[in-house]
Design a protein around this ligand. Structure first.
Ligand SMILES: C[S@@+](CC[C@H](N)C(=O)[O-])C[C@H]1O[C@@H](n2cnc3c(N)ncnc32)[C@H](O)[C@@H]1O
Length: 274
């Protein structure tokens, strides 16, 4: 009789459901190379959680270095065990820093990435501007700050989106069992733009992870981010969004835009250059 497989950890499910590390790194690398003609080397991942992105960065090149900053020791410890230690000798080129992005001090980075909308934790303009100032101070001259943003008519209402993820892999490349991922906007406040989000997971025919992750955010808009980045001293601020397939899905190809028509749901990167 075969022994049942242990239920996957919620961080492994999170990563399979919410992260697109290779695509994020490809975007950031190409962005930097287009502007400077050389490849970036030093990357900082703000709000890094398990630091999967920072670890993937150093795995991709022998001269690369990375720093990951997060307040929470739990995902940092998980990332240390599953991503950083798996790098072998290259692990010495990744530093995981437990701390606040508002006070973090790291060597000047070519790029700082703040992904999965984590800056939405800051709900006041002054707090977000303060964070952007700190991020700018953490960049080398010519460095890029990259944050992602989501929006659209479907983003400003209480809603639930579900998808079944059938072919995902865990941190060691092991197959994860098929699972249902639910992204819930439990509440959206029209006055404050406060949004309460939950991520729920359910292994098909197996363990449930209700409210595996909860986020109490303010949903910012692109013009607000642009203005705050400029007020924080970023020289050029750019917006890059994806195109659409005939089926109305993202084509995954991000291009710089000055305007685009609103849709039900879209993703974009907002980039500030120091
Ligand atoms: C949505 S998770 C993002 C994880 C990862 N960046 C990703 O792309 O999936 C948000 C993370 O931000 C961290 N966090 C929240 N406030 C923070 C702060 N002020 N400084 C550093 N980390 C913070 C949380 O501990 C959490 O791990």
């Amino acid at each position: 009789m075969s022994t049942p497989r242990p239920a996957p950890d919620r961080y492994a499910l999170y990563s399979a459901a919410a992260q697109n590390v290779e695509a994020d790194l490809d975007f950031a690398k190409a962005l930097y190379r287009r502007r400077h003609g050389v490849a970036p080397r030093r990357l900082r991942e703000d709000f890094c959680g398990t630091a999967r992105l920072a670890c993937a960065w150093v795995r991709g090149g022998r001269k690369r270095e990375a720093w990951g900053v997060d307040l929470d020791p739990q995902p940092l410890a998980w990332g240390e065990r599953h991503y950083r230690q798996a790098l072998g000798a290259a692990a010495q080129r990744v530093q995981l820093c437990r701390g606040n992005v508002l006070t973090a001090r790291t060597p000047p980075a070519d790029m700082i990435l703040a992904l999965n909308f984590s800056y939405c934790i800051f709900k006041q303009r002054a707090a977000l501007r303060r964070y952007f100032r700190r991020a700018r101070a953490g960049l080398a001259t010519g460095g890029a700050f990259v944050a992602d943003i989501y929006g659209g008519t479907g983003a400003i209402t209480a809603t639930r989106e579900q998808k079944v993820i059938r072919r995902a892999r865990g941190p060691a490349g092991e197959r994860l069992p098929p699972f249902r991922f639910t992204w819930e906007h439990a509440h959206f406040d029209a006055v404050t733009h406060d949004v309460l989000c939950h991520m729920h997971f359910e292994v098909l025919g197996g363990k449930r992870y209700p409210k595996a992750f909860t986020y109490d955010w303010r949903l910012w808009s692109i013009p607000e981010l642009r203005e705050l980045l400029q007020e924080a001293g970023f020289r050029d601020v750019e917006v890059h969004t994806h195109g659409w397939t005939r089926q109305g899905l993202s084509d995954g190809i991000y291009r710089r835009v000055d305007r685009f028509d609103n849709e039900i749901g879209w993703l974009a990167y907002v980039v500030g250059w120091r």
